[in-house]
Write a protein that binds this ligand. Structure first.
Ligand code: ADP
Length: 266
């Protein structure tokens, strides 16, 4: 997008020339559009559960649903689920906003990757067992210690692993791997054999609120911010995050983290 500005050059009363300024405002326009989209998305995401809560409460209050204990219990359950969704959404939004404004102080320390990953796998054992998902952990040897904030790294892993569990059908598998790259950075990958993502969606998948299937994400309790948060955290650590996926076959998310001591690359 190019913005054109013309300024006439006048000598006495006569126009003797024209200064033309061509300005590339593509980036500015893009940022402005993204900001507007974000505000619209936040409003929509908050209004949806609120509308549900309001209509269920009205049904209880005025519609006589209270007389039917089973119906009343169901309506209350939905109301609670929706308010929990709003809490999650606000929690994620606050976290993103703190990351954006660099308000979170990262407490970076040397960490043993193997330990961090096996603890993360442990947190998902029950969920995987419930869906009969085979959860595997492969660590290549040797792995340098990384320099990262443990809580933030746990958040990245939790977001990626909960996606893997959410979008992988029963009886399939999830594999978490870690290996050292030539420059000492550690590459961590979370792979699943789930529903996958169509190629056309991959470019935008780390954008805030971008989802392949809104209804499915909502029914799984997702906020649409998990990957955006993971990306912010990884990039603040000086790493990169990427996603590969084959629709119908599975998805792999990889991210890199720096080693404790920069190594001399020979
Ligand atoms: P959500 O809360 O909706 O899961 P995320 O930001 O974590 O939000 O992910 C964004 C979207 O990316 C999801 O709605 C889903 O469409 C897609 N997605 C993320 N991880 C996976 C995965 N492992 N398999 C398939 N689709 C995924």
């Amino acid at each position: 997008i190019v913005k054109l500005t013309f300024t006439p050059i006048r000598r006495s009363e006569e126009t003797v020339g024209l200064i033309t300024v061509l300005q590339d405002v593509t980036e500015e326009e893009k940022l402005d559009r993204q900001r507007k989209e974000f505000v619209a998305n936040v409003s929509h995401e908050l209004r949806t559960p609120l509308t549900t809560i309001k209509s269920y409460l009205e049904a209880l209050d005025e519609g006589g649903a209270m007389e039917d204990p089973e119906l009343a219990a169901r309506f209350l359950r939905v109301t609670r689920q929706e308010s929990e969704r709003m809490t999650r959404l606000i929690h994620d939004l606050l976290q993103l906003s703190r990351l954006d404004s660099r308000k979170i102080r990262f407490n970076r320390q040397p960490l043993a990757v193997g330990e961090v990953l096996s603890d993360a796998a442990d947190r998902f054992t029950v969920q995987c067992e419930q869906k009969e998902i085979d959860l595997r952990l492969h660590l290549s040897d040797p792995l340098p210690r990384i320099y990262a904030d443990r809580d933030q790294l746990d958040q990245v892993l939790d977001n990626l692993m909960s996606n893997a569990v959410k979008y992988t059908p029963e009886g399939k598998s999830i594999t978490v791997t870690a290996r050292r790259r030539f420059d000492g950075f550690v590459i961590i990958a979370v792979s699943d054999t789930g529903i996958g993502i169509p190629k056309k969606d991959l470019d935008r998948i780390f954008e805030r609120f971008y989802r392949v299937d809104k209804a499915r994400s909502r029914s799984m309790g997702g906020t649409g911010l998990g990957l955006a948060i993971a990306k912010e955290i990884v990039e603040t650590h000086g790493g990169k995050i990427t996603m590969d996926s084959r629709y119908g076959f599975g998805t792999t998310v990889r991210f890199t983290l720096p080693p404790c001591e920069p190594e001399v690359v020979r």
